[in-house]
Design a protein around this ligand. Structure first.
Ligand code: MN
Length: 229
């Protein structure tokens, strides 16, 4: 056992559906504006922009069913429903035809966003880190392994808030497919086992409040249910 200069901590993990061993989380990458209708609602032309990425800390994960604290320093918190890809292997310059081979499984996640803080960052040309990568900003379900659900390329993705429909689309509406995202991202950094990729959100984003109950759904995966407290 390595001795550390200060007390160390455990690797963040996510349970795996119907398995005893959890998935260890290394890093969290998120795709921006990956559904045309969401890009438009945020004031951008979806046709001319290559994919771009931002990150969250691995310990921003909140497990399914766990009460999620409403963050400080915002009065306009938006939940973005997204399919989450969990990688079993990585690499650099991963080709399109090998990209799906890297996938361990999938989950349903929320990219919680301090939209007011993000707006200031955009206006001032500042980074998004504090609007996207804060504590408890990444609720996610258990990971369903590819061995159970197969490779997912299409299917309904939706979010309800207090039982009312908020976001709904199909995964096949992604501008950059999951293999294209893995291909592109692995040209920027070396992807590694344990990395998560949040694959972007459909349109319909809007604010939530303390006490709201959020249910996120992707066909074939566990339903995400969390309460903001
Ligand atoms: Mn997002």
């Amino acid at each position: 056992m390595t001795e550390f200069a200060i007390p160390s901590w455990d690797t963040p993990t996510i349970p795996v559906t119907d398995a005893g061993k959890p998935f260890p989380v290394r890093r969290i990458y998120c795709v921006g504006r990956n559904y045309a209708a969401h890009a438009r609602e945020m004031g951008h032309d979806p046709d001319r922009e290559p994919p771009f990425f931002f990150t969250k800390p691995a310990d921003a994960i909140v497990l399914n069913g766990v009460d999620t604290p409403y963050p400080v320093q915002t009065s306009n918190l938006h939940p973005e429903i997204e399919m989450v890809v969990a990688l079993a292997t990585g690499g650099t310059d991963i080709s399109l035809d090998k990209a799906n081979d890297c996938i361990f499984g999938y989950g349903v996640g929320l990219d919680l966003t301090r939209r007011d803080m993000q707006g200031v960052a955009k206006d001032m040309g500042r980074p998004w880190d504090m609007s996207k990568g804060f504590d408890y900003s990444a609720p996610v379900t258990n990971i369903t392994p590819v061995s159970q659900c197969g490779i997912i390329e299409a299917g309904r993705i939706s979010l309800t808030v207090n039982g009312k429909p908020r976001q709904e689309s199909d995964l096949n509406a992604m501008i950059w497919s999951v293999p294209e995202t893995i291909n592109y991202l692995s040209g920027l950094i070396e992807l590694k086992p344990g990395d998560l990729i949040f694959t972007g959100t459909p349109d319909g984003v809007a604010a939530i409040e303390r006490g709201d109950v959020l249910e996120g759904h992707v066909d074939g995966l566990e339903t995400l249910k969390i309460k903001m407290v």
